[in-house]
Design a protein around this ligand. Structure first.
Ligand code: C5P
Length: 225
């Protein structure tokens, strides 16, 4: 039985990754959170490439991309992100990374670098990949495409709670500001912007729980023969 290739795109904090993870478990697919890869590059950039003004030197980052080895490794059923053999899965969730990641994601060189990583993992099929440009650019031939959205207030509430659960203290106003800014940068960039692919199914989950969203997505997926 052939396993499906599923693309889940959408706005930040619509539950893309956690929902994809559950679907992957149910259907026996690999799950790839592509936002984690962009966050991984941003983590590297903050370590390697700051200028005197404490900003990221984008040219320096571009010329150092060949020093980056990002890979997911399995640990007790969980996929853990490693940068050059170091586990960075908690480090990539900090507000500092969230504040810088969308700028890094506008760089064509970064997108090209990660396109290769993403497609080579998807080659074998049987995968659910979540991000911003999966249905439109990374896997345009995916069997199923979904685009998730929710109101900004609902997303702020979810992200704020997530950060608190990770022990990261922040206020709802800064969380909302970061989400609005990232939505704007992600939607307006020239290369691979956040966009609903023409053949993607739109789901607004403002009023839905994660479980309900998961069930709705699963209701669209037929068993493959
Ligand atoms: O999904 P997450 O919020 O972790 O993604 C972080 C950022 O990575 C997004 O705001 C976006 O700038 C970038 N990203 C992207 N393309 C993807 C996945 C994430 O540009 N496929």
């Amino acid at each position: 039985m052939r396993k499906p290739v599923i693309a889940i795109d959408g706005f930040s904090s619509t539950g893309k990754s956690s929902i994809s993870k559950v679907i992957a478990e149910k259907l026996g697919l690999i799950h790839m959170d592509t936002g984690a890869l962009y966050r991984g590059i941003t983590y590297f950039a903050l370590q390697c490439c700051k200028n005197e003004k404490d900003n990221i030197d984008l040219q320096k980052l571009i010329s150092n991309l060949n020093k980056i080895n990002l890979e997911f490794r399995e640990d007790n059923g969980m996929l853990v992100l490693f940068l050059n053999n170091t586990d960075i899965s908690s480090e990539i969730r900090t507000p500092e990374i969230s504040e810088n990641v969308s700028l890094i994601a506008t760089l064509p060189e970064v997108r090209e670098f990660l396109l290769h990583t993403q497609r080579s993992i998807a080659e074998k099929g049987g995968i659910i990949m979540d991000g911003r440009d999966i249905g439109s650019i990374v896997l345009p031939n995916a069997d199923y495409k979904f685009f998730l959205t929710a109101s900004i207030d609902e997303r702020t509430k979810r992200r704020h709670l997530e950060l608190l659960s990770l022990g990261i203290k922040t206020d709802a106003a800064s969380v909302k500001e970061n989400l609005i800014l990232r939505d704007k940068t992600d939607s307006e960039r020239t290369i691979a912007p956040l966009i609903q692919a023409k053949d993607a199914i739109l789901i607004d989950n403002s009023q839905l729980t994660k479980k309900e969203t998961t069930q709705l997505i699963l209701s669209h997926i037929k068993t493959f023969n």
